[in-house]
Design a protein around this ligand. Structure first.
Ligand code: ADP
Ligand code: MG
Length: 416
């Protein structure tokens, strides 16, 4: 793995691997099929990009978002790596340059939108493809939230290439870890069981807390006032509530702004920019806020209403404390929230299997809200990490729930 370290430094400028990366890179370099499950921000891209440079032939990366692909290609090219993307947005000049590199055998990484795969068989054979890396692999899951039918073609392409004698290794990456989805990914993308890597979900600097909802406005305001001058997010379940909370906090002297998909694009941009650039802004937002926001020093996240699932909860609180410094979170939940979330699932047009899965994901979150002990243990066990000690950084570790212990009273009664 000396070569891997050298490349890590030379190409990416990083001194060391992040937790989990080195083992995954090593397994891929050894030629194994790999399914890697790591949370958002853990550094999954490097796990397929680095091995791609260490092996002969071309690595094709399947990714669902054109914007994501473009960013990655630009970053790789800036680091001197022969990379390109073929999407519906690729202009003829770019495409021509890519075909030339393929024919010359110099292209190392080719990013492709899944809908291009069905027409790409010939091209990929010509290119000497040696690895298929599937990013956001949960898109293959029909129960999931990001199902992309074209991802189902990956298996066909794999079989077609292998039938012609190509040795194509399969690697897949996702942050979605629930067991059903994992099983579906493994069965749809791999012909033989892959080596599975799972880890890195712990964010020990996040304080985790839940409170039953009583006076939500007061509870949220008290929390935010305890964090005066710090940047934070208050997630609400409706657009109207984001406006109400923002107004209420402004009255208390907090720089609070509402954010939701009903605002025009310019207003949203201005507010997002202010949140990112200025200090101490509080955003009261629907879940429309967060994707692609790069602010390492968000100091708190409050859920004024219960999120829709365990995954959603962790993704949303996970926007706090990206800098690794302590960050505070609080989630309020009440009977009405639970009813609303159940209704939303039942009223959706999703297929039955997906609705059942959604109920399970909601129930998992409720069991976290009502956990009898360390919340992080419950949370990490859900994500497949079962080996953790009580964290000491959640409300239940700080002040354990009183469990009735009759022994002492009984002894007193007996000795009296
Ligand atoms: P993921 O796909 O798991 O959400 P990314 O691959 O987008 O995460 O990586 C997140 C960030 O971490 C990127 O900015 C990336 O450059 C950075 N990163 C990845 N590996 C390392 C490393 N070993 N050292 C420092 N930064 C890293
Ligand atoms: Mg990624």
């Amino acid at each position: 793995m000396d070569d891997a370290h050298t490349l890590l430094k030379q190409v990416w400028g990083f001194d060391r691997f992040r937790p989990g990366q080195e083992e995954i890179v090593a397994a891929i370099v050894e030629g194994r099929d790999v399914l890697a499950i790591m949370p958002t921000g853990a550094g999954k891209s490097l796990c397929y990009q680095l091995p791609a440079l260490m092996r002969p032939g071309l690595t094709v990366v399947v990714s669902p978002l054109i914007a994501l692909m473009r960013d990655q290609v630009a970053a790789l090219q800036a680091n001197g790596v022969a990379a390109g993307a073929l999407t519906s947005n690729t202009d003829p000049h770019e495409a021509e340059a890519i075909y030339q590199m393929i024919d010359a055998g110099t292209l190392k990484l080719l990013f492709m939108a899944p809908e291009r795969l069905s027409v790409a068989g010939g091209l990929l054979r010509r290119a000497g493809i040696s690895m298929l890396a599937i990013d956001e692999a949960h898109c293959v899951s029909q129960w999931g939230h990001d199902f992309r039918p074209d991802y189902l073609r990956i298996g066909e392409l794999r079989d077609a290439l292998r039938a012609e004698g190509a040795e194509v290794q399969i690697t897949a990456f996702t942050a979605t870890a629930d067991e059903e989805t994992r099983g579906e990914i493994a069965s749809k993308l791999f012909s033989d069981a892959p080596q599975v890597f799972l880890g890195g979900f712990d964010r020990p600097n996040l304080f985790l807390a839940f409170e039953p909802k009583a006076q939500a406005k007061t509870q949220v305001t008290d929390f935010v006032l305890r964090h005066e001058g710090e940047a934070g997010i208050v997630y609400c379940s409706s657009r109207a509530k984001t406006e109400q909370f923002a107004e209420h906090l402004q009255k208390k002297g907090i720089e609070a702004l509402a954010y939701h998909a009903g605002l025009d694009a310019e207003t949203r941009q201005v507010r997002q920019d202010r949140f990112t650039r200025e200090d101490g802004i509080v955003i009261c937002a629907t879940v429309a806020f967060g994707m692609g926001i790069d602010k390492p020093d968000v100091r708190f996240v409050v859920h004024a209403d219960l999120p829709k699932s365990m995954e959603a909860y962790y993704q949303e609180v996970g926007r706090a404390g990206r800098d690794g410094l302590p960050a505070d979170t609080l989630t309020l939940y009440g009977v009405d929230d639970i009813k609303l979330r159940r209704l939303q699932i039942d009223d959706s047009d999703a297929p039955d299997a997906r609705r059942r899965a959604d109920h399970q994901r909601l129930n998992a979150l409720l069991s976290l809200a009502e956990a009898p002990r360390c919340r992080r243990q419950v949370l990490l066990a859900f994500f497949g990490e079962r080996e953790h000690e009580p964290c000491g950084n959640c409300d239940l570790c700080k002040s354990p729930v009183e469990t009735f212990d009759g022994t002492e009273d009984a002894q007193k009664a007996l000795s009296a």
